[in-house]
Design a protein around this ligand. Structure first.
Ligand code: ADP
Ligand code: MG
Length: 425
């Protein structure tokens, strides 16, 4: 297909005059039969890439996505665009609908599926029977045990890809660290994939750090920002409890419409709050990092970090939720001396020590119980014949990495130079 035909289609079918940076390159690589790992900032329009290329390639497009809300969002969006042959398979879809979807598979164009569903033999066999145009791994960084969004479910996708006959594969993410990229390519077994990488330069997001002396000052500054700067806003916290406490405090001391959002809420509540925020019925979300992945809201004006993010890469991803419409937006990090201790504690909590891992892996090998959060990872290492010392090395390296990441974060806060330059690097 010629370049001008592609642009014509963009205009006719999607109503856009221009591709966003990276979109055209990825689409033409895919049309040329190349696997692609696309690292494009949040809000670039990564979905358009698979919709566009998928429509032009014969066969079914299977999109693996980590969150049910993301899939629902995409299905609604595609339906709205007039794509009729779209379905999703998740744990929330009842058995009968699931059966129906599997029977109708040959007529479908887009199938959204959670990794756990794809592992089900009935689902896998049904997909094996149809011709695949494209396999899309959305939020592909979830496969990396290095990343904050690691999902054990994503491990083993490489094997599933093989069972599907290694179709053309597109991996999408906004997280660009070399480590994560290497992990994605290695685990999905696509060493020859083209890597299309665009870093985040969002000149419309103004970056600021507020150095405050204590917790009370932080609260006060938070309230001041929320009542004077433009909303809608997202305020990020590192604890669920704090999202609720501060949301309550803001409700009682301002006129703002505020809700708390974290992984401890029921799926219905989370969905409801997200919808209210999307439709302008809320001004402020006090959230943990559970909020925002794939959020399709263009007019977020303000992102405040009440606590430090765990890494600069997370920070970039989280502030990237502001100003997707290109309008002037603001990202403020509130810092009081000692805040980094929270990140340290969190790192220690989420990161087993090398000693502990050694013990846990040995226990696992002897089929004794291990902590829930480690079971899937250890299972993976075990299936792939990792020795105890290899696993210990991995965790050692991760711990050192965490320390480096914290140093980078503090450098960002303390710098007198251009903050944007630090983020971009
Ligand atoms: P991402 O997954 O990269 O974060 P999305 O796929 O959710 O981003 O798309 C974000 C928004 O960008 C959507 O509203 C989409 O319609 C819009 N969009 C996609 N491509 C273009 C384009 N070429 N021009 C203008 N808007 C676009
Ligand atoms: Mg997306």
């Amino acid at each position: 297909m010629q370049r001008d035909e592609i642009y014509q289609l963009l205009k006719q079918k999607y109503g856009f005059d221009e591709f966003r940076p990276g979109q055209y390159q990825v689409i033409s690589d895919l049309l040329a039969g190349q696997d692609v790992l696309a690292v494009l900032p949040t809000g670039t329009g990564k979905s358009l890439i698979y919709q566009f290329a998928g429509t032009l390639l014969p066969g079914l497009v299977v999109v693996i996505s980590p969150l049910i809300s993301l899939m629902q969002d995409q299905v609604a969006h595609l339906n709205y665009q007039g794509e009729k042959q779209v379905a999703a398979l998740t744990s929330q879809v009842d058995f009968q609908t699931r059966q129906l979807t599997l029977r109708q598979l040959p007529q479908l164009k887009f199938l959204f599926v959670s990794p756990e569903m794809l592992k089900q033999p009935a689902v896998l066999t049904a997909i094996q029977r149809v011709k695949l145009a494209l396999l899309v791994v959305d939020e592909a960084h979830c496969i990396s045990t290095w990343g904050p969004d690691f999902r054990p479910d994503y491990l083993g996708l490489g094997q599933l890809k093989q069972q599907l006959g290694s179709p053309l594969t597109l991996m999408l993410t906004a997280t660009a660290t070399a480590q994560v990229r290497q992990d994605i390519v290695q685990q999905l077994q696509v060493p020859q994939a083209q890597q299309v990488i665009y870093s985040m330069n969002r000149p419309n997001i103004y970056l600021a750090v507020a150095n405050l002396s204590n917790e009370a000052d932080k609260r006060e500054r938070l309230r001041q920002l929320l009542t004077t700067a433009a909303t809608p806003a997202i305020v990020y916290f590192s604890s669920k409890k704090q999202t609720e406490l501060i949301a309550e405090w803001l409700r009682s001391t301002t006129n703002l419409r505020v809700a708390a959002y974290h992984a401890g809420l029921s799926a219905e509540d989370r969905f409801k709050i997200q919808q209210q925020y999307m439709t302008g019925q809320l001004d402020v979300i006090c959230a943990t990092s559970a909020f925002g992945m794939g959020l399709n809201k263009a007019d977020v004006r303000l992102v405040i970090h009440y606590h430090l993010p765990t890494t600069l890469a997370d920070y970039v991803q989280e502030i990237g939720r502001a100003g997707r419409d290109g309008q002037q937006s603001l990202a403020v990090l509130l810092y009081a001396p000692g805040d980094e201790q929270l990140v340290r504690n969190l790192n220690e909590l989420t990161m087993a020590s090398a000693n502990q891992i050694q013990a846990d892996y040995q226990r696992f090998q002897q089929q004794q119980p291990v902590p829930d959060e480690l079971a899937a990872v250890l299972q993976f290492y075990w299936e792939h014949h990792y020795s105890v010392s290899q696993v210990v090395d991995i965790f050692d390296a991760r711990q050192r990495q965490k320390q480096r990441e914290l140093q980078q974060l503090l450098a960002y806060i303390q710098t007198a130079d251009c903050r944007r330059a630090i983020l971009m690097s």
